[in-house]
Ligand binder design. Structure first.
Ligand code: ZN
Length: 371
């Protein structure tokens, strides 16, 4: 029922829009138009204004013939950069890559294309189906800013399938971490580096000691810590009075993430104090950890549908965030399904015709599932 040519032209059309985060107006209008053609009612929320973007989140609903609860299928409208003038090329083996110096945009146009092609095939088939709810979010890439602006009480479904995971189609993530980032500003004292270095307090030196004392990398099976940037100083002849570190913590346990943050805060402040400097630490929690029970209805349906389609049906933990981190906070059972995207967030990003077909078949099978 999935039409490969239709699916490929849809994918090509979707990636042709330059839709970096906060600039999703054109792709959003195209998706809305497609949904209207398929008889789906669409409501755009006020996220554009709230987050300073062009387009809001799109929430669609297709009434069903069957009296079953609706299922939610979700994908995001934005892509990472470089994204201007994205074009694709297809190899003889059916591998689809960017034809230029941009990302391909399979993250997450593969998700949008799969869902829209599945809806098109569903409509063409005339088969009875359950009610289907659709969510296309904006600004997912910058830590899910778009979905955070959505009134999640509007969602009617108890089960969510977020089409936004790398890896072979037939895999889904049931667990994802809390992700928080932090900024540490070390303040020392400036002085002339040649005339009076002893009057200075070397903020870069203090920050370097702090970096050396903090365990970066995999802390344990549940938690990672990284210091990602360091910026400081003003000139070669000035003892630097300021140095800023930024980093992130990820953990399957929100409590463990906060405990680690408290520990490193203490370490940084202690070292700063020992050297007569000061360390001010601020942080922001971007997404909260979740774990969807692998025996829950959403996971079971995924496995059933995969076995019908001859796909593996593997449930795995992921160490990345997605809109699902927010959906699950509201009591929706959600998993993130692999959606024909690989090497995401790089210009080496690729998908394949076969994987796109699998993802569209998966979306269609969920729409047609009878339990
Ligand atoms: Zn994505």
């Amino acid at each position: 029922m999935i039409d490969t040519n239709r699916l490929l032209s849809l994918f090509e059309k979707l990636i042709s829009f330059d839709s970096p985060s906060f600039s999703e107006r054109k792709i959003g209008d195209f998706v809305t138009q497609q949904l209207h053609k398929l008889g789906v009612s669409v409501w755009e929320d006020g996220a554009a204004e709230e987050i300073g973007g062009q387009c809001g989140n799109l929430l669609g609903f297709l009434e069903g013939d069957l009296t079953l609860p609706p299922l939610l299928l979700c994908a995001h409208l934005d892509t990472v950069k470089p994204s201007h003038n994205k074009q694709m090329q297809i190899s003889k083996a059916g591998v689809i890559t960017s034809a230029g110096e941009t990302v391909l945009g399979a993250d997450d146009c593969a998700g949008i294309a799969s869902i829209l092609e599945a809806l098109t095939a569903l409509k063409a088939s005339g088969l009875p189906h359950r009610p289907i709810e659709l969510l296309f979010t904006v600004a997912e890439e910058p830590y899910c800013r778009g979905v955070q602006a959505l009134d999640l009480s509007r969602i009617r479904s108890g089960e969510a399938y977020v089409f936004d995971l790398a890896g072979p189609v037939g895999t889904a993530a049931y667990q994802a971490p809390t992700i928080l980032s932090f900024t540490s500003v070390f303040t020392g004292r400036s002085a002339h580096a040649g005339f009076a270095p002893e009057q200075g307090i070397h903020a870069i030196g203090v920050a370097a000691r702090a970096v050396a004392a903090i365990p970066c990398g995999r802390i344990d099976g549940n938690t990672t810590l990284n210091i990602g940037t360091i910026i400081g100083g003003t000139a070669n002849n000035v003892v630097p009075n300021c140095c800023t570190l930024t980093g992130e913590i990820r953990s399957y346990s929100g409590t463990a993430a906060m405990k680690l943050l408290a520990d490193i805060t203490q370490t940084m402040q202690k070292i700063a104090k020992e050297h007569g400097a000061k360390a001010d630490i601020s942080y922001s929690v971007h997404v909260a950890a979740y774990r969807t029970d692998p025996e829950s209805a959403v996971a079971k349906r995924f496995k059933t549908v995969c076995s019908e389609l001859g796909l593996p049906g593997h449930l795995v933990p992921t160490f990345g965030g997605s809109d699902n981190n927010y959906l699950t906070q509201k009591g929706i059972q959600g998993i993130v399904v692999a959606t024909a995207m690989n090497n995401c967030h790089s210009t080496r990003e690729y998908t394949t015709i076969a994987e796109l077909e699998h993802a569209a078949r998966l979306a269609l099978a969920l729409m047609l599932s009878k339990e």
